[in-house]
Write a protein that binds this ligand. Structure first.
Ligand code: SPD
Length: 352
């Protein structure tokens, strides 16, 4: 039977990897760090029982975090990476010849030490003279640093649970914006819209409060829950679909996933994502609704969005807004009209 390492995604789903050997296991001051060797995914970095990256599919994640931003930002001289202690993201950044400096801020030195020792195929750029690694708190750094601003910022955090959760706070994003040049581009991993629609949508709206251009994009990462992953491209100028061809040419040959066609394709969103974003935006706190989205239930791929109504008065306004959304069939939000009672506090469920 062998030893299986399981990440529990939710009460319905878990992913198990058959373990050949545990190479490293330690409790750092911040988190539990493990590196396991598996027969299906090769070596895998696990933090607090969550699969972080694997030799088998890491390129799908790191290339797609780095290159949409790095091929579109007006300049890429100075790049900041927050997190990413396995070294995969800085490896992709430093494949761009135009990058002059890459600063990586990682709170946990033990992640880097363990990755350097056991995942040398992922972190292949540690000795690049353009790279500076600082073991400090990313939150403090973006809030208080007097360093020169960055042309590109990439956020490569864990999931929004445990110590990494603060990297999903709007105040952290505000700090990042402070450290970004006015026409700079930020990209971040933004979780799985299939498994974590609630978190995905919340991230989009926090970013929309700070950036005029916020564009989620999707791709496969088999190691992560449902295998459907998202990243988000943000900026206050420009747009993500106009990459510099010379920058793409410089990296496409050495890439395993990223290419010119994929760059255009990943920003095309499936209908359920568009609907969820639209519904969430329609019932905004400004018109009195408190919104929550729950994770996909057992009936995937149906996604359940719940709008919690603050008061009967706000319910009337919110119901109108939501029903407007419903009545336009092209927007396709299906809701159970019987569940909307404009005189009663409560929640209104929607399946999108
Ligand atoms: N569900 C796991 C999400 C992890 C995202 N970050 C991975 C870090 C890889 N450099």
């Amino acid at each position: 039977m062998g030893l299986w390492y399981e990440e529990i995604f939710d009460e319905h789903t878990r992913l198990g990897l058959l373990v050949k050997e545990t190479l490293f296991s330690v409790q750092s001051p911040f988190q539990k760090i493990e590196i396991i060797d598996t027969s299906g995914f090769g070596r895998v970095l696990v933090i607090d029982n969550v699969f972080m990256t694997s030799e088998y599919d890491e390129f799908l994640y790191h290339e797609m975090l780095a290159h949409p931003a790095l091929t579109t930002a007006p300049r890429i001289n100075r790049v900041l990476v927050v997190g990413g202690g396995d070294g995969g993201t800085v490896r992709e950044v430093l494949r761009h010849p135009d990058v002059r400096e890459c600063v990586m801020i990682e709170i946990d030195e033990m992640v880097v030490d363990a990755s350097r020792q056991y995942l040398p195929g992922i972190g292949t750029a540690w000795d690049d003279p353009r790279l500076e690694v600082r073991f400090i708190d990313g939150i403090e750094y973006v809030k208080n640093s007097a360093d020169e601003k960055y042309d590109v910022i990439l956020l490569d955090g864990t999931d929004p649970i445990g110590p990494g959760a603060v990297l999903f706070d709007e105040s952290f994003y505000r700090g990042c914006k402070r450290m970004l040049s006015p026409d700079g581009v930020m990209a971040l991993q933004s979780e799985s819209p299939l498994l974590m629609l609630d978190i995905f949508v919340e991230i989009q709206h926090k970013l929309r409060n700070l950036f005029s251009e916020v564009h989620p994009y999707l791709g496969p990462v088999p190691l992560y829950g449902t295998g459907t992953w998202s990243w988000t491209w943000c900026s206050n100028t420009g747009e993500p679909l106009r990459p510099f061809p010379e920058r793409q040419e410089a990296i496409v040959e050495g890439s395993k996933a990223y290419n010119e066609d994929l760059h255009q394709a990943v920003f095309a969103l499936p209908t359920y994502v568009k609907r969820a974003l639209k519904l969430y935006a329609t019932a905004s706190p400004e018109n009195g609704a408190r919104r929550t989205c729950s994770r996909a239930g057992p009936a995937r791929p149906s996604l359940y969005v719940e709008i919690r109504l603050a008061s009967p008065r706000s319910l009337c306004r919110t119901s109108r807004a939501v029903l407007l959304c419903r009545s336009r069939r092209t927007e396709g939000v299906a809701c159970d009209a019987r569940s909307i009672n404009p005189f009663k506090k409560g929640t209104v469920p929607f399946f999108v």
